[in-house]
Design a protein around this ligand. Structure first.
Ligand code: VGL
Ligand code: ZN
Length: 211
């Protein structure tokens, strides 16, 4: 039984600086993650995994542009560039990421009718991805998050983890954000803290784990 898990959120080509939906500096989370995986018995990765007709893509809404917010199936939806299309190069994990260390992979955003920023649930909490069940089965009570993007998938995964009762840590130097609007990344860290997540740098985390 493992009580701690590292959650590596969406460290995929399309969120890297030369990807379709870049988080500036996103490539810098790769070495941080690779260093941390050795300190965890359980490592879970999530993958944004959209079908080509996904409703979050501006290209699927004639007359609408990237960055616009529309109402889609009753929810506000930011329209994104096509990204992380199932089986495509953009959906692959970042080059050099130690994917051999992954014990479990959760794919999300597979339903074309709804987006899924959190690795636990889709955006309306209509459907669970199975991550909570998996972690519970493994005896996990404490999760440590790294990945992309701070202001979307890392944030909403952390908020759900807190709500689900996990002790939740966000490894600040292991995350990068999209920052569509200035202040989004700082705002995301503040929202996560307010929900009960704790922030830590990877160096301090390694010291803490080997205490
Ligand atoms: C993400 C926007 C759209 C993320 C995924 O992984 O943070 N952001 N899809
Ligand atoms: Zn997406």
């Amino acid at each position: 039984m493992s009580e701690r898990a590292l959650l590596a959120i969406d460290i995929q080509h399309d969120f890297l600086p030369d990807g379709a939906l870049p988080a500036p500096g996103g490539d810098e989370v790769v070495p941080v993650t690779n260093r941390l995986v050795d300190s965890f018995e359980l490592v879970v990765a999530s993958q944004d995994w959209h079908p080509p007709n996904h409703g979050s893509f501006a290209s699927n809404h004639a007359g609408h542009d990237i960055g616009e917010v529309i109402e889609f199936n009753g929810l506000d939806q930011i329209l994104w560039p096509d990204h992380c299309v199932q089986g495509g190069e953009g959906a692959e994990f970042a080059d050099g990421l130690d994917t051999d260390a992954f014990d479990h992979i959760v794919q999300k955003g597979t339903n074309p009718e709804i987006d899924s920023y959190s690795a636990f649930y889709d955006n309306d909490h209509r459907r669970a991805t199975g991550l909570d069940d998996y972690l519970t089965d493994q005896g996990v009570e404490e999760v440590f998050l790294v990945g992309l993007a701070t202001d979307y998938c890392v944030k909403f995964t952390a908020l759900d983890a807190c709500k689900l009762g996990y002790e939740t840590w966000v490894v600040v130097d292991g995350c990068r954000g999209v920052e569509n609007a200035m202040g989004d990344i700082d705002g995301a860290f503040a929202d996560m803290q307010e929900a009960g997540a704790k922030l830590m740098d990877s160096g301090a985390l390694e010291a803490h784990l080997f205490d």
